[in-house]
Design a binder for this molecule. Structure first.
Ligand code: GTQ
Ligand code: FE2
Length: 374
């Protein structure tokens, strides 16, 4: 079944069981068209498929291609009020050139030169930063300056004021993930400008949020006003790394099982309730021991992942890529994903899963690749 660009153009459908084209039928269809009506029977295959058939395609962007282009933008494009960010989005080749990695997820590389400020603003979109290499930028969220370093995950809930400041003499790049396409489709977006320069130029080693909320299992009882929706503003690499190393060590000792043999994983959660850090985004870190292969899994909803370290192979639907540090790839809804590590593979991933779980639309299936082919 083809999907026509204009929804009121009724084309001769290639779907089964269509009535024979006659002059009378053509006249009926012209009548539909002029009254802005579309019958279900020509559209049903596209609208109501047996399972999700995403317009998004599996795709890989290589870090070694992205980074030089971001650096070039750093030479040519100033950052400031209006454009707001020197952020360059991954545009899925199946989504018509829109700056959307998937139908719901935005993923971009952002670049800030020494001394530069990305101006303060806020928006309803939920966001996070993940740092695959480098350091030197402080993201200031509601006045709290948070250092960004390799391996750190920094969530920033919708409607929080934020700006970024590079306080060092080296440029820095990182990736942003946001629910921009999701909120765009839902017409739910609000935006406000704050100060042109970052208001807090402090460069503390630890943010106020870490000092309050960064102690495992310890909820502060101090009277500091209402608890923010996303209280912990950074999940440091040293904790993530240790958690994953401990899981694999415990598996080796025969004490605890991993997700599957050689596969350790953690989810970033809100310290107040253990749920996903943000309502529309699930964020996780996965580690495969050397020579591990995961079972192919199909899930409703889409995923973007970035290789943090190591090498291996990624299979998404009918695509297979050899990957290395920094490479980013997209898993469209219901396309099976398999990961294979060579000398170990560390992977950061984010998805729109909470949206589907909360709407009772989430499904997950382990797929036998041999049988289904794709
Ligand atoms: O850093 O505030 O990639 O507002 C897209 C929108 C980054 C940000 C993006 C944003 C930001
Ligand atoms: Fe922003």
């Amino acid at each position: 079944m083809t999907m026509t660009a204009s929804p009121v153009k009724i084309a001769a459908s290639d779907a089964a069981d269509q009535p024979t084209r006659t002059p009378e039928l053509d006249a009926l269809y012209r009548g539909f068209e002029s009254e802005l009506l579309v019958p279900l029977w020509t559209e049903i295959g596209d609208l109501m498929p047996a399972h999700p058939r995403s317009k998004a395609l599996p795709h890989l962007w290589r870090w070694q291609d992205l980074l030089p282009l971001a650096a070039q933008a750093g030479e040519l494009v100033p950052v400031g009020r209006g454009g707001e960010r020197r952020a360059i989005a991954l545009a899925n080749p199946g989504l018509g050139g829109r700056p959307f990695a998937t139908p719901t997820l935005w993923a971009a590389i952002q670049y800030l030169n020494p001394g530069e400020d990305a101006p303060v603003h806020r928006h309803t979109q939920n966001a996070f930063r993940f740092v695959v290499e480098g350091e030197g930028v402080w993201t200031v969220v509601n006045g709290d300056a948070v250092a960004m370093r390799r391996g750190d995950f920094l969530p920033q809930a919708g409607w929080a004021w934020h700006g970024h400041h590079n306080a060092t003499d080296a440029p820095m790049a990182w990736i942003d993930g946001l629910d921009i396409p999701f909120q765009y489709a839902l017409d739910a977006t609000f935006f406000e400008f704050g100060p042109d320069a970052v208001d807090n130029l402090e460069t503390p080693d630890r943010s106020r949020s870490e000092r309050l909320w960064g102690h495992p299992g310890l909820r502060p009882l101090t009277h500091l006003g209402p608890t923010p929706a996303t209280p912990l503003l950074v999940y440091r690499w040293e904790h993530t790394d240790k958690a994953l190393a401990d899981q694999l060590a415990l598996e080796k000792e025969g004490v605890a099982a991993t997700v599957e043999p050689g596969h350790a994983a953690v989810r970033y959660t809100n310290p107040t309730d253990g749920r996903d850090v943000m309502p529309t985004l699930r964020t996780e870190f996965h580690r495969l021991a050397p020579g591990t292969e995961t079972t192919a899994v199909s899930e409703v909803g889409s995923t973007v992942a970035q290789v943090f370290d190591g090498t291996g192979e990624v299979v998404v639907g009918d695509r297979t890529w050899t990957v290395e540090r920094g490479d980013l790839f997209v898993v469209p809804s219901w396309q099976p994903l398999t990961l294979r590590s060579e000398h170990g593979l560390d992977l950061f991933r984010f998805s729109d899963t909470p949206v589907f779980e909360n709407l009772h639309l989430h499904r997950r299936q382990e797929t036998d690749r041999q049988e289904t082919g794709r």
